[in-house]
Design a protein. Structure first.
Length: 174
């Protein structure tokens, strides 16, 4: 019995060694984002630039990637989708700051009503907001209508995610 438990522990540790990992030179867990990642509009005057992102350790069977950026602290009842980029080709493992969608990928409409990245713009005085930048390894390319809602996109990504990694960055307006 002990051998089985030890074998299971070793197998889970080796699986973790190859786990999907998200990194960035522009944002970090628990750290405040720069003005470059603030939205431009709605009273905000930032650069509206997506941060540099890179990922490694894709699970076997990865057919594509998705990047989702969500602010659950937005006072909407359902949070705020800042970016939903799906069907990123499996050979793409990084995006530069201010990236356009790689060829073959699909940008979904964010909650600002535009396709592409929409930066942080929490209401002034609303406190610290938590922005979850998550990369998902997908088991297949997603078939989504061009006008898919954020909820439908999030559902389909979750249904086909083989693994995910998140950086939770912060932003606040005084």
């Amino acid at each position: 019995m002990r051998h089985l438990i030890l074998a299971a522990l070793l197998a889970s540790n080796s699986a973790l060694a190859g786990s999907l990992t998200l990194a960035s030179t522009d944002i970090a867990n628990g750290k405040f984002m720069a003005k470059a990642q603030e939205f431009q509009g709605f009273g905000c005057s930032g650069g509206n630039q997506s941060p540099q992102l890179s990922w490694s350790g894709a699970p076997e069977g990865t057919a594509a990637f998705a990047i989702l950026v969500h602010d659950a602290d937005a006072p909407t009842g359902s949070g705020w989708w800042h970016w939903q980029l799906v069907n990123i080709p499996k050979d793409v493992t990084s995006l530069p700051a201010g990236a356009l969608a790689p060829a073959g990928s699909q940008q979904m409409r964010n909650d600002y009503g535009a396709k592409g990245f929409g930066g942080a713009c929490p209401p002034s005085g609303h406190g610290v907001h938590h922005y979850r930048f998550t990369v998902h390894a997908l088991s297949q390319k997603l078939e989504l209508p061009e006008d898919a809602s954020g909820a439908l996109t999030g559902y389909m990504v979750g249904a086909h995610s083989l693994g995910a990694s998140t950086i939770e960055a912060l932003y606040q307006r005084h």
